[in-house]
Design a protein around this ligand. Sequence first.
Ligand code: DQA
Length: 146
Amino acid sequence: MTRPVFTVLNGPNLNLLGTREPQLYGAAGLTEAQDRCEQVAGELGVGIEFFQSNHEGSLIDEIQQRPKSPGLIVNAGALTHTSVGIRDALAATGVPFVEVHVSNVFAREEFRHHSYLSDLASGVIVGCGIQGYELALRRLVALAAD
Ligand code: DQA
């Protein structure tokens, strides 16, 4: 049996994690988040791949290319609060996903309190720093095993 491969999708400005507003997002970069997810994926016997783009259309393309994915971990960054297109792509594939935000969006500006994705998500993890990615992976693996 081939091992399931989960995908982490990161939107705009998340390539700047580690240097970007560290008081909000912490000191760890996206590479560290990826390393930690790879470690957890190894522990759980699954595969993991990471993708980051600053472009809405590229994220939509990635979602459309994974209709059979066992699960996606989605941090759409600012597009969370604006993108009907990303919402529609996630709805169209019907793939289970967990929405992640490194910062606690509910402790920030009001425009960050609304997400176009949350009501479609299997779960939402906010404010846990980059640990949110590995928590989301553990959750998706558990759901896939149900
Ligand atoms: C974010 C929160 C968003 O509001 C923001 O635009 C981001 C990052 C987070 O991970 O905390 O770019 O998704």
